[in-house]
Design a protein around this ligand. Structure first.
Ligand code: GUN
Length: 365
């Protein structure tokens, strides 16, 4: 029986977890998993080289069809290019709004503690805001702050008319109750879409959430911009996190796919993934999905961004996805690379949600 514990493209190889505190000076991007862990891989393994064929602009080329012929080499879904295009579109709208009603969208970010990865995320989010003309406000609280202090800032941002989106960077320190904090964010400003009202609306048929979580929204946006049909397709989501897996499955369902979720307790996950026309993987296990888990012609969206040790890389590590890229690209019809696939889309969707919020609050069309 295959398990969910594959960590690299060679099943003969083993990988070793390295504790978080031994990671220094590295930029760790995280979407969906709890703690990011750096894994060791041996350089001779088949998925050790990440070669990205970039496509300059998205074109309608792919059918996610069970019966289509296997492509010799999958088309690369260029998330970096799509995200850039979306940022440009947002910048135009932000300046139209400013010119028409004198209003600039604002995003407030609350960061608690000193996690390097979270600090990097927040820095990137603020930078992206600046690049499209959105105002950003940051509160950085020490690790030992109380939940009450965080709630105080949430409450003041809820009441602040210059703030249209509020984001509390996760994870919070373990002494805080994440649910309490997230549910304190006004649902009209919940640009992460993690609040129970927004998730509840997403889960209900015929209902529309005010905001959809950014990473899964980015996955669907990539499929949409590459004209990859979802309706009627068999989709498999790997991972069931609140941030990515679960909302991704709900979004696919809302697009009329037939959806299965594979998770850590799933028996023989490869039997299920092999039926998929579309796979979205958000599990945080480097190279877990092998080529033989994939049906020929499937479309692969890889959310995983996993640092693995690589002595040859300038920083001593490189990033790989959940999908064994080199194997998958000879089976799939289209695939997102890591990095440069889903990653850039997450921040683009955050900007998009912030703009959406400002437009809605000020009734600007
Ligand atoms: N931590 C990791 N990903 C996210 C995200 O998308 N939003 C927030 N708020 N925290 C995160």
């Amino acid at each position: 029986m295959a398990s969910m514990m594959f960590t690299d493209c060679s099943s003969a190889a083993t990988s070793r977890l390295i504790p978080l505190h031994r990671r220094t000076g590295a930029v760790f991007l995280r979407h969906c998993v709890g703690q990011l862990r750096l894994r060791t891989t041996s350089s001779e393994r088949s998925c050790s080289t990440l070669s990205v064929r970039s496509s300059s602009s998205p074109t309608p080329v792919v059918s996610a069809d069970a019966n289509s012929e296997a492509a010799a080499s999958a088309m690369v879904i260029d998330g970096k290019a799509v995200a850039k295009k979306i940022r440009e579109e947002i910048a135009v709208e932000v300046s139209r709004m400013k010119d028409s009603i004198g209003l600039v969208p604002g995003l407030a970010v609350i960061l608690v503690g000193d996690r390097k990865d979270s600090a990097t995320y927040v820095r990137n989010k603020k930078k992206a805001c600046g690049s499209v003309g959105i105002n950003s406000f940051e509160v950085h609280l020490p690790e030992d702050s109380s939940e009450g202090e965080v709630l105080k800032f949430v409450s003041s941002f809820n009441d602040d008319p210059s703030v249209h989106g509020i984001l509390v960077q996760l994870p919070l320190p373990s002494h805080m109750n994440e649910e309490n904090v997230l549910s304190a964010i006004s649902c009209e400003k919940d640009v992460d879409g993690f609040g129970s009202q927004n998730i509840g609306e997403l889960a209900m048929r015929g209902r529309e959430p005010l905001f959809v979580p950014c990473t899964p929204k980015g996955c669907i946006e990539l499929l949409r911009r590459y004209n990859i049909e979802i309706k009627g397709k068999r989709a498999v989501v790997i991972g069931r996190s609140n941030i990515v897996g679960m909302p991704a499955a709900l979004l696919l369902l809302g697009e009329d796919a037939t959806v299965s979720i594979v998770h850590s307790r799933t028996k023989n996950p490869e039997d299920i993934t092999r039926q998929a026309d579309i796979i979205i993987s958000a599990v945080g296990q480097p190279n877990m999905v092998r080529g033989n888990w994939i049906k020929p012609g499937a479309v692969i969206i890889d959310v995983g961004i996993n640092p693995v040790e690589d002595p040859k890389a300038p920083r001593g590590y490189r990033l790989v996805g959940d999908i064994c890229y080199e194997e998958a690209r000879s089976v799939a019809s289209a695939i997102t690379p890591v990095p440069g696939g889903v990653g850039p889309m997450t921040i683009a969707m955050l900007l998009s949600n912030t703009l959406l919020s400002a437009k809605r609050i000020h009734n600007f069309r």
